[in-house]
Each structure stands twice: as C-alpha cells, then as structure tokens.
Design a protein. Structure first.
Length: 357
C-alpha cells in the first residue's frame, strides 16, 4: 500500500498542438494509504485518464505522481506495484481459478508454500474456494471479475487497486454484493481502493471519499454526506441525487432572502457581498415538506403528478414556471389538486455563477 499524490497534474493527448485540448486540467490530489475512493463523473470527464496516470499507462503532460513521496511519474506500470481491474474481466481462460490467482505471485518467484497459503486465503474471502480447480473460462461474469480482483489481493506489495467501471457487466443484485465484498476487503487488508464509475449509486454506497469530475476538472471532493447536503456547484447538485436537486433562478432581496418568482424565500446564506445577477437557489427534494396551510418559505403549487415508489412518494408540482420535486413518506397524504410546499431555510443552498456561496 502507498500514499498516492498527484502534484499539479494535467494531461493533453495532443500536447504539441499550438492550442492543446486538456483531457485533465491542472489539479492536485492526495490519496491516503488504505482509503476507499470513488472517481465519479459523466463519460469523457477525465476520470479514466487520471486512473491511467496513477497506474503508469499514461505519462502526464505536466506535474508529478508521487508514491510515498517518491517520484514515479516516469516509472513503468510494472514497477509501481499497482493492480488494475478493468470494465471487462481480464483472466486466463485455459487456467484454473487457482492458477489465475497464483499467477502474479509465480511471476515474482514467490515460494510455493506462500503462494498456496495466500491463494486459499483470498479465495475464501471472495467465495471462490469451491471453484479453485475449475477452469476460469466456464465461470460467470461476476466470478471472473472476482478473479481479476483476487489477482491484486494476493500481492502483499500492491500499492493500490485501481478499478475502472468494474461492475458494468454485473447484474444489480450481484453489484450490491460485490460492493459490500470490496468494503470488507478494504477493512481487512487496508488496501487503497480507487473505483471509477459514472453511477452515483455505486459511488455513494462504496466510497468514504468521492471525487466528482466534470470536463477534466475536479469540481468537488468529499464524503457522500458532503456531496448530498452541500453540493459545491450546481453540476454536483444536478449529478448527485435522484431526482436531481431542485434548482431555480432567483434574485437577492436582502442579506438573507431571495425572491423566487412571486415568492420570498429566507435562506441562511449572507447575500450582502454577492455581486452577480446569476443567482440560483437549490434544495433537495428530500428536504421539502408538505404543509397544511401557507406560511414562511411556503409555495402554493398545482399538483402535476404523484408517483409511488413503494418506500416513498415523489410529488411533482408547479407554480407558474417553477417546477418542484418533493419526496415524502409513502403514508403521507397528498392533496389531489394544490399543495403547500415548504423550503426549510437551513436546507436552501444559494449559488452565484453556479458555485455555492
């Protein structure tokens, strides 16, 4: 395991062009030894490029890659002791499960008794012990992916396990079980796990720390709670959460109040120094409540739709051009035509030029 640092890293795939396009814009990040991370963002945002820079498959145009304070920027992949798990399982189909798991150790000329002990230990953790003598070719997709993961775990010298969309080919129930297994592995071995995904649910249920990327930039890094409750940009508010955060253009009335259409909404943000007209109010649907009558921070809206998702109801309501999504408990009674919806001030986020203030 190792502490990994990216110092002023940037990368362009056409660096000699007079106007190079950067797939990864300059940034610095630190990955603690034994941490559990997710790189989250839409396709093309730069997350795979970042992962490949850490592994050594890509040499960055600018900056340094440090493993335990040692510069490995131009060190080849084999010398970084990185294990990678790709979107589609990479295994040796003609080998048995045992031989696949043992292969990295044999390449390092590890004594046979140590290989046997480590392979059986990892196979037990991954529930592969009953298949050790089976040919890998005949296994299911999730079992093959576990072999890919196991080849990283058998190596005690591995600096980190980097996973690029590793559960894409797995069905939803197995995805849940494999994410849980990865968390157990992280707790047992203290292995640094870095997981690339475009799926917010995978990121939120797997990682302690999530790095959200957009157009080659890190737009926010933090815990799932941080990203959900206080998105630092409107992009994060929109990208994280289901449904996405409610976002509305608004105007500052005074130091702690905005006007949203014909409604006055009190907030807990100091707006005195705000010097832009591009203001937005954001609030999660989970924090909007149904009220019996009008009151402070309450909007009277027409019911458009009420969807029953089993464990909650999703209300869609509208007042003029303001469309509101609100999640309520399934047993909550919802009026059929009009509803009073309250925006609690403590859960209202204000964005200036799409950044939280």
């Amino acid at each position: 395991m190792a502490k990994i640092e990216l110092n002023n890293i940037a990368h362009s795939y056409n660096p000699n062009d007079p106007n190079p396009i950067f797939a990864l814009k300059e940034m610095s990040l630190s990955w603690a030894d034994g941490g559990r991370y997710a790189l989250l963002g839409p396709s093309g945002c730069g997350k795979t490029t970042m992962l490949n820079i850490m592994s050594g498959l890509v040499t960055p145009s600018h900056g340094k890659v440090m493993f335990d304070q040692k510069d490995v920027t131009r060190t080849i992949t084999e010398e970084r002791n990185i294990a990678q798990v790709f979107q589609f399982p990479v295994i040796y189909g003609t080998m048995s499960v045992y031989e696949n798991l043992a292969f990295p150790l044999k390449c390092r000329q590890t004594p046979d008794d140590q290989i046997d002990k480590k392979v059986k230990e990892v196979a037990e953790i991954l529930n592969l012990h009953d298949f050790l003598n089976n040919r890998a070719k005949g296994l299911t997709a999730d079992q093959k992916q576990l072999i890919s993961l196991g080849r990283g775990l058998v190596r005690e010298d591995v600096a980190a396990i980097l996973m690029d969309e590793p559960l894409t080919v797995i069905d939803p129930d197995l995805k849940f079980r494999l994410r849980r297994k990865l968390k157990e592995i992280n707790a047992k071995y203290k292995t640094t796990l870095i997981y690339v995904t475009h799926d917010q649910n995978e990121a939120m249920t797997f990682a302690d720390n999530i790095i959200v990327m957009d157009e080659g930039e890190v737009v926010q890094a933090g815990s799932p709670k941080d990203l959900f409750e206080k998105p630092q940009t409107t992009f994060v508010g929109y990208f994280i959460g289901s449904p996405a955060m409610n976002l509305y253009e608004c105007k500052a009335d005074n130091s702690n109040q905005v006007s949203l259409g014909s409604n006055n909404i009190s907030v807990q943000t100091n707006l005195v120094s705000t010097n832009t007209s591009n203001l937005k109010l954001g609030i999660r649907s989970e924090y909007i409540t149904v009220e019996q009558s009008s009151g402070p921070n309450t909007i009277h809206a027409d019911i458009i739709e009420v969807e029953d998702f089993g464990n909650y109801k999703l209300i869609t309501a509208q007042q003029d051009l303001i469309r509101i999504k609100a999640k309520v408990k399934r047993e909550q009674e919802v009026p059929s035509e009009k509803v009073f919806l309250k925006f609690p001030a403590e859960h209202c986020c204000i964005y200036a030029d799409n950044k939280l203030i």
